[in-house]
Design a protein around this ligand. Structure first.
Ligand SMILES: Nc1ncnc2c1ncn2[C@@H]1O[C@H](COP(=O)(O)OP(=O)(O)O)[C@@H](O)[C@H]1O
Ligand SMILES: [Mg+2]
Length: 233
């Protein structure tokens, strides 16, 4: 067993990063250096910092989309390096990106079902669940719309419904309002927050919008790949 101290083994944390660094040989970039953070169960965390400060790199490590050069990411106390990452990404984590990444030839209700295709859930249940999720994000009546028939805010709502399809414990959002006007951006954030609470999951949002960060229970500030400040409310 790795050496564990009371500070690096918090049973209340859904995510812990322990001295995580990420070096990209291409460009000789130290994107993250010795970053240790904790995300409490059912909490809302904001990661802020200038462009290039390492926010997306950190979110990708937490989501199992990339691996650290050194250090460790733990989910529910277990190191991601000892987990099946495909399974982790599809079952435990829901991702929301700035650019939605909806499949253009699939309708809204089909896009929401994508994460469920790998599970054993039968088609009628799958469709029913996708409809229910679209209802929860305020898109009843838009089930058959294709992405090009949806506004930016509506597309992001579909992406959020898709992120929730497998009931993830953790929702990761990388600048989810970055492509939206401020009003639809605020509505998207409110939606993410209310879903985080009703689904009892944890939400980690990368943003450079301070008004968004101010709503989180913990604000983690990155500068040059290092933690500059952690502010808990
Ligand atoms: N795959 C990659 N290969 C090389 N360099 C990268 C890669 N991803 C990110 N970087 C570099 O790492 C730094 C942090 O990037 P990133 O995490 O995307 O910043 P942020 O999301 O805060 O804008 C940047 O200097 C960026 O150019
Ligand atoms: Mg980024």
């Amino acid at each position: 067993m790795p050496d564990r101290t009371s500070t690096d083994d918090n049973a209340d944390a859904i995510i812990q990063t322990v001295s995580v660094s990420r070096y990209f040989p291409q460009g000789d970039v130290h994107a993250l250096r010795d970053v240790s953070i904790e995300v409490a169960q059912r909490s809302h965390v904001a990661i802020v910092g200038k462009s290039g400060s390492g926010k997306s790199t950190l979110l990708n490590l937490i989501g199992g989309m990339d691996q650290p050069t050194s250090g460790e990411v733990r989910f529910d106390g277990q190191s991601l390096s000892q987990m099946n990452l495909d399974h982790y990404r599809s079952r435990q984590v829901g991702f929301v990106f700035q650019r939605y990444y909806l499949l253009p030839n699939l309708s809204a209700v089909e896009n929401v079902q994508i994460p469920m295709f790998e599970s054993s859930i039968a088609k009628p249940e799958r469709v029913e669940k996708a409809r229910r999720l679209l209802h929860q994000v305020g898109l009843s009546g838009r089930e058959k719309h294709l992405p090009r028939q949806l506004s930016g805010g509506e597309s992001q709502r579909v992406a959020i419904a898709r992120a929730l399809a497998n009931d993830p414990k953790l929702i990761l959002a990388d600048e989810p309002t970055g492509a939206l006007d401020s009003e639809s951006g605020r509505a998207i954030l409110e939606l993410l927050e209310s879903l985080q609470q009703s689904h009892q999951s944890s939400l980690v949002v990368v943003t450079h919008d301070e008004s968004i960060a101010a709503r989180a229970s913990q604000r983690i500030e990155l500068a040059d790949g290092k933690i500059e400040a952690v502010i808990a409310r």
